[in-house]
Design a protein around this ligand. Structure first.
Ligand SMILES: Nc1nc2c(ncn2[C@@H]2O[C@H](COP(=O)(O)OP(=O)(O)OP(=O)(O)O)[C@@H](O)[C@H]2O)c(=O)[nH]1
Ligand SMILES: [Mg+2]
Length: 251
């Protein structure tokens, strides 16, 4: 049967990182930089709302129908790591409804420092820190910081106000990543935006030619959540099975 669209499915690109580091803004910036050249779709993950999807639609960067929200419930990293079904279905729906798409960008729910995407969901992933989180955070490591395909140090325009030395933070990040790519970015830095755009184009080309291998940055560290009764529980993610468990630790 003749191919009616690209033989390789869209590149699925994850954008993870702690709450408020600028993931949605970065996606809006990427859509502006790429939408003339590439056919794009976006999926957002929010715990209880579709606020990020509404923000991106209001920015007017893509047709509103190309931006879909997944509501993840209480544990946002689970939907990008342990049970990716809702996100996979959303990606497949977008890819079918707007075939052929070149790139589907998936924003994780804002979460703690260690949430990463499963390679079963995304082909490549960015991890976004910002200078407002402090210059030390890059040095502290964690799977996303150490092994995401690209680490973004965002909001560099704020560095003078929060006393962060951007070149030092980038150097610390580079040593935590053993040379993997680090990009200092702000939404007003045209040269950094153009580097980010080229990075996506390069990954897309590698994805299409079969030379890009999705990498699992590794599971998140055990962490605790508060529960509805005001207690808390320890939460771990199993490296081999990608299952997760909740152990009651309330007092
Ligand atoms: N100064 C500055 N502010 C930025 C930049 N990028 C984003 N912001 C601001 O940072 C705040 C958070 O940005 P978002 O893009 O919503 O961050 P997010 O990571 O998607 O947030 P969650 O989805 O809630 O985790 C907003 O007030 C943005 O306007 C930047 O490059 N410079
Ligand atoms: Mg967001």
């Amino acid at each position: 049967m003749p191919e009616t669209h690209s033989p390789v499915r869209a590149l699925r690109l994850g954008v993870a990182g702690p709450v408020g580091t600028g993931k949605s803004s970065l996606i809006a910036t990427l859509c502006r930089a790429l939408s003339e050249d590439l056919r794009l779709g976006v999926i957002t993950n929010d715990i209880y709302t579709d606020e990020d999807a509404r923000f991106l639609r209001s920015e007017g960067v893509l047709e509103p129908e190309r931006i879909r929200a997944v509501e993840t419930g209480a544990c946002p990293h689970t939907a990008i790591r342990d049970d990716v079904t809702a996100n996979l279905l959303a990606a497949e729906d977008l890819e079918r409804d707007f075939a052929p798409l070149d790139v589907v960008i998936i924003e994780s729910g804002g979460d703690n420092l260690t949430a990463t995407f499963s390679p079963a969901l995304v082909d490549a992933q960015l991890f976004v820190l910002d200078v407002a989180g402090g210059g030390d955070v890059a040095r502290k490591g964690g799977p996303g910081i150490a092994r995401a395909d690209l680490l973004v140090v965002n909001k560099t325009d704020l560095a003078p106000y929060v006393g962060v030395d951007v070149p030092q933070m980038v150097a610390d990040a580079e040593s935590a990543r053993e040379g993997r790519a680090v990009l200092a970015l702000s939404r007003t830095d045209a040269s950094a935006i153009s580097t980010l755009r080229q990075w996506v184009l390069d990954i897309l080309a590698a994805h299409r030619s079969g030379t890009h291998t999705p990498v699992d940055p590794g599971p998140m560290a055990p962490h605790s959540h508060s529960d509805e009764e005001g207690g808390w529980f320890v939460h771990t993610h199993d490296e081999d099975t990608h299952t997760h468990t909740h152990a009651d630790a309330s007092h």
